[in-house]
Design a protein around this ligand. Structure first.
Ligand code: FES
Ligand SMILES: [Fe+2]
Length: 412
């Protein structure tokens, strides 16, 4: 696989995504936000967590879709099946679970004590004879579609999802499922923050390489220059509109690292922007990792609507943005590694990686609130996008298609 082939950018005008300026109404319009709630967050597969965090029967997670006010309980049953329910007691609607995670023998409502089995059936209503005609079969918790791909739990709030999760995530197929589903991936660190910005601006910041040379001039621009990033898009995909690959520059005089980075890179996977001097553990990866390319570092995929999935050997990063309103969102990042620190050097590497990535992400995201304010006050009504920024066009295309009720295409 040649470098030129990897770095070929989509030709301007060669696809249906267009070349003109894009309007910015969809970042600030309350009406558009209502459409997003109805057509995107109620119909898309939404990543809620890691299946390995719910190992034992009774392990549960409470996931809040803030924008919809929907609380979802995902619970592992005695039959090892994962199930998802609205966190809503069928007696009079109280929330059943209030903590974010836990383990329970049954889902017991703290209002009047109705209790539900882990598969959602009503198993006890205190003083049931007080009810005129209580039929437990009619009082099952309301189910939500749930499935697992790549070891990640996804839910879908649609009554009947239009696509299976596997269909939704094509072209990330079975190889990704196997690689990301590797049981050895374990959470290592993460952050969560609130932004006064539209949720999509946090996604935009991660799906193009044009910003790298300026935004990251003090950190990683030397090792991942913008010219070494490749933008691509998947016009037929429902849930993966686009992605970006990052490579090291061919010119080895670029990418000079600090002694600290080079030392850190000897001991672990978290110094992602330095050429690793050892192999990191991660079973498989064939068909996922571009390891045959000596300069490849990582791929970033947009999982529509709100996940940026970073894939590298030995490290995966999930960035998720959840809107609160058109003007505010929650942003989270979680890192997973296949190795637990086993030496002082490895601990040093992970700490150095945390600091390095914290700095890079801060550089990426600090612009979002200012951009949002400029869109909202009307100072900017349209934006310009080049070939490297074509993933933003693919994202916009998918957004418009979704809010218009289209399955894949349909944007003007
Ligand atoms: S609302 Fe749950 S038992 Fe009454
Ligand atoms: Fe960046």
């Amino acid at each position: 696989m040649g470098k030129a082939e990897n770095l070929a950018l989509p030709e301007i005008g060669s696809h249906a995504l267009g070349t003109g300026k894009l309007p910015v109404d969809h970042y600030v319009s309350p009406q558009f936000f209502e459409l997003e709630k109805k057509h995107i967050f109620r119909k898309s597969w939404l990543l809620v967590g890691r299946a390995s965090d719910l190992k034992e029967p009774g392990d549960y997670q409470n996931f809040l879709v803030d924008t919809l006010g929907v609380s979802v309980v995902v619970v592992r049953g005695r039959d090892q099946q994962l199930r998802a329910f609205y966190n809503a007691c069928t007696h009079r609607g109280s929330r059943l679970v209030n903590s974010s995670t836990g383990n329970t023998r049954a889902l017991v409502c703290s209002f009047h004590g109705w209790s539900f089995s882990l598969d959602g059936a009503l198993i006890n209503a205190p003083d049931a004879a007080l009810f005129a005609d209580l039929d437990p079969a009619q009082e099952h918790l309301k189910s939500i579609s749930v499935d697992v791909w790549g070891g990640f739990i996804f839910i879908n709030l649609a009554e009947q999802p239009e696509w299976t999760l596997q269909q939704y995530l094509m072209p990330l197929g079975d190889a990704f499922d196997r690689y990301l589903g590797n049981k050895d991936w374990s959470w290592s660190f993460g952050w969560r923050a609130n932004f006064r910005a539209n949720w999509k601006l946090l996604v935009d910041a991660q799906i193009e390489g044009y910003h790298v040379d300026m935004t990251h001039r003090k950190t990683i621009a030397g090792t991942v220059p913008g010219s070494s990033t490749a933008a691509y898009f998947f016009p037929e995909s429902v849930g993966v509109p686009c992605g970006v690959s990052a490579y090291r520059p061919e010119d080895s005089s670029r990418g000079v690292q600090t002694p600290l980075n080079l030392l850190s890179a000897k001991y672990g996977a978290t110094s992602i922007y330095t050429k690793p001097e050892r192999t990191f553990a991660a079973e498989g990866g064939e068909g996922v990792l571009k390891e045959d390319h000596p300069l490849w570092i990582f791929d970033n995929y947009l999982l529509f609507p709100n996940i940026v999935l970073f894939v590298q050997k030995g490290q995966i990063i999930i960035q998720r943005t959840l809107p609160i309103s058109a003007d505010e969102c929650i942003w989270e990042v979680d890192f997973y590694h296949t190795e637990k620190p086993a030496s002082f050097g490895h601990i040093f590497n992970m700490e150095q990686g945390v600091i390095q990535i914290r700095d890079v992400l801060s550089e990426d995201l600090y612009t979002a609130e200012g951009i949002h304010a400029n869109f909202k006050c009307g100072a900017i009504t349209h934006v310009n996008l080049n070939k490297q920024e074509v993933p933003l066009r693919a994202y916009y295309n998918r957004l418009l298609s979704a809010v218009q009720g289209g399955k894949v295409k349909g944007a003007p």
